[in-house]
Design a protein around this ligand. Structure first.
Ligand SMILES: NC(=O)c1ccc[n+]([C@@H]2O[C@H](COP(=O)([O-])OP(=O)(O)OC[C@H]3O[C@@H](n4cnc5c(N)ncnc54)[C@H](O)[C@@H]3O)[C@@H](O)[C@H]2O)c1
Ligand SMILES: N[C@@H](CCO)C(=O)O
Ligand code: NA
Length: 432
């Protein structure tokens, strides 16, 4: 019996694309057995034919003509990143009924609805497990395994770069910029790492997760997002002193008739399971009505781990294609809307640099009280030599009881206007 072939076009040969090219080349026989057809890598679209790559495939496979490559394929694997030309190329493939695997969370979080529609209209499959939490299977569990349950909340660490950086700052006292450079060298960061640092990568993932978990359409614009750019070595050290680590947390939860989706740095007690998520690992908790609490943990970034998720999608859709089945479109029947932060309550830690004189603490405590924000602990952590301010000054750290985002914001606004407060050095949520 002659086996059929599945023609694969790979777009991009960077950190992840190289590893996918390697697996498609070296594991072809094993993949054939799993699929029931022979995967044939027919070409790799690149920007430059003679760039250095982590894996060098057959030189004849590289091409700068992505469109012709797509037109001759059965399956297109997009690993170039960014909006264009990735969007146009994926649409071109889907409109011809070709199946697509992508790891492009930025694109999915901006144009997911359009891509899903194109897939459904043309009987094509669109899979993107690699887009969220790297190697960790999280999208397939949300789409398939939990399809009969009701998810109420998803939260976790969904960006490897910032987790790597915060972990390095916590465990070795590394500086922000050095930790970022190392994360880039290890292949964790996006081509433009500001997407990682400013929380946009985690926000894109949160929008994708929320869409699948709550059967609705969310984009990155629905996510309240704060990155880690303002987190200093002092913040990390102060958190450590109090028994906390700082993590960039993503939360998607039912909020009345809608869904609240947010990303922000958060203090986590060292005893909390999320505190032990180190390096570029990710962890995602899913809470649902019937299953209760589920935890997914593993490598959230990096070439080979992410290639694992890409190949999982590829084998899965290729097998379905061999069996003759159409794709299973994502459902967005629920149509839930994103909510504002007004109902979100949390504890916060607030760092202040103040003039060190009689009555300052009382004045600060009074501002919190006026806005109905209850203080749990308040201490003067350090005296510093004067640098940019006149006279003695002190660093104050306050931890609040649970309060609304709105009350906290108005408290911070008023504190900032006090002449005795030089600056508000940090405002970070506290979990647990
Ligand atoms: N690196 C990771 O850990 C990781 C994890 C999950 C998802 N992703 C996603 O996977 C995708 C690829 O990530 P990466 O880390 O491999 O990025 P990368 O920057 O290492 O590789 C992208 C490659 O695509 C090439 N490219 C860009 N535009 C192109 C075009 N128009 N035509 C042909 N080639 C083009 C670039 O030259 C580069 O070689 C991105 O969408 C990224 O968000 C990456
Ligand atoms: N830049 C991303 C890659 C994985 O999606 C991260 O650091 O998590
Ligand atoms: Na994943």
């Amino acid at each position: 019996m002659t086996e059929s072939t599945i023609k694969v076009a790979l777009l991009g040969a960077g950190t992840v694309g190289s590893q996918v090219a390697k697996a498609l080349t070296e594991d072809s026989e094993e993949l054939s057995r799993r699929i029931g057809a022979v995967p044939e890598l027919i070409g790799i679209a690149v920007r430059s034919l003679d760039a250095e790559r982590d894996y060098q495939a057959d030189p004849g496979l590289y091409t700068t003509d992505a469109e012709t490559l797509i037109d001759g394929a059965d399956v297109v694997i997009e690993l170039t990143g960014g909006m264009e030309p990735a969007r146009t190329r994926i649409l071109r493939a889907l409109e011809q009924g070709k199946h697509v695997v992508s790891g492009n969370k930025a694109l999915l979080a901006a144009h997911g609805a359009e891509l899903h529609r194109a897939a459904a209209e043309n009987g094509a499959q669109l899979s993107y497990e690699a887009a969220v939490a790297g190697a960790i299977p999280i999208l397939r569990p949300l789409r398939d395994s939990l399809a009969g349950d009701r998810v109420t909340r998803v939260l976790g660490i969904m960006n490897g770069t910032t987790n790597f950086m915060l972990d390095a700052m916590d465990s070795t006292g590394a500086q922000f910029d050095d930790a970022l450079t190392e994360a880039q060298n290890l292949g964790y960061a996006e081509a433009d790492p500001t997407a990682d640092v400013d929380g946009l990568d985690a926000a894109a993932k949160a929008a994708i997760v929320a869409s699948l978990a709550f059967h609705s359409e969310f984009t990155i614009d629905d996510v309240h997002c704060q990155g880690i750019r303002d987190i200093t070595a002092d913040d990390v050290a102060a958190a450590a002193e109090d028994g906390y680590v700082i993590k960039l947390l993503s939360v998607c939860e039912l909020d009345g008739d809608g869904v609240n989706i947010r990303v922000n740095p958060t203090l986590i007690p060292r005893s909390h399971p999320l505190a032990s998520v180190r390096d570029a690992y990710n962890a995602v908790f899913v809470e649902s009505r019937d299953a209760g609490e589920l935890m997914f943990y593993g490598p959230g970034a990096g070439g080979a781990p992410t290639a694992s998720a890409v190949l999982g999608d590829f084998v899965s859709l290729a097998r379905r294609s061999v069996l003759g089945g159409p794709g299973v479109p994502d459902s967005s029947y629920a149509g839930l809307k994103a909510t504002s932060l007004s109902n979100v309550v949390s504890r916060y830690t607030v760092g202040l640099r103040v003039r060190d004189k009689l009555g300052v603490l009382a004045a600060i405590a009074n501002v919190f009280a006026e806005h109905g924000v209850s203080i749990q602990t308040m201490h003067q952590t350090k005296h510093r030599e004067k640098e940019d301010v006149e006279g003695d000054h002190a660093t104050i750290r306050i931890v609040t009881h649970k309060t609304s985002d709105e009350s906290l914001r108005s408290t911070i606004d008023e504190l900032s206007s006090l002449t005795t407060v030089y600056d508000v050095t940090s405002v970070i949520q506290v979990e647990g």
